[in-house]
Design a protein around this ligand. Structure first.
Ligand code: FE
Length: 198
């Protein structure tokens, strides 16, 4: 199945410029969509009998397929959980964060600090096996993800996400991200099934 890039819902965000967003979305994100399509086309024609764990076309293409697809999914979740019309944090995510962290502020402090610890992504996810929300970091698109979880909130902390606006001041970018979260979208992810609210 060929993937199509999804458009941005806004042209700028509080604290993030149009130029920064356009470079990030139109070049980097669209690049992952195109590479995924290129890789899956090549995989359809690969010689399955020549497979090998040290090197084989099947192995290399399959690894990069996972990298490219996570690049697509994480970027789509990231762009979609931001808004140019900031929203207040409301239930059900508000109660869920309080239940897990004790207060929304404690979750914000942890999520923001993880933004300084990660090399790629910070993710708030819901773990279906453990039955709870938790924060995780990714050092690459295909390094750090937890199996059997759903993305609830995604923050890109690769330099390409903020360098045009903030240079090395990642902390300021993280503060801007936290004020531009679309809590309506976050709540739609929380409410996508009943399991998370029990
Ligand atoms: Fe990115």
């Amino acid at each position: 199945m060929k993937l199509e890039p999804k458009p941005l819902k806004y042209t700028e965000l509080p604290g993030i410029s149009t130029r920064q967003l356009t470079e990030h979305h139109d070049k980097l994100y669209v690049g992952y969509v195109n590479k995924y399509n290129e890789i899956t086309e090549k995989l359809a024609a690969v010689d399955l009998s020549a497979t090998n764990q040290t090197y084989s076309d099947l192995r290399e293409l399959q690894l990069e397929k996972g990298f490219a697809l996570n690049g697509v999914k994480l970027h789509e979740a990231y762009f979609d959980n931001l808004t140019d019309k900031p929203t207040e944090i409301i239930d059900p995510i508000k109660s869920a964060l309080i239940k897990q962290w004790g207060s929304v502020d404690k979750w914000v402090a942890e999520f923001s600090a993880l933004g300084m610890a990660a090399r790629g992504w910070v993710v708030l996810d819901y773990d279906y096996a453990l039955g709870r929300f938790d924060n995780y970091i990714f050092d690459a698109h295909n390094q750090g993800g937890i199996a059997n979880t759903q993305l609830i909130l995604v923050m890109d902390v690769y330099e390409h996400a903020y360098f045009l606006d903030y240079a090395t001041a990642r902390k300021d970018y993280i503060a801007a991200f936290m004020t531009a979260i679309d809590w309506t979208v976050v709540n739609q992810r929380v409410s996508a099934d009943d399991k998370k609210l029990t």
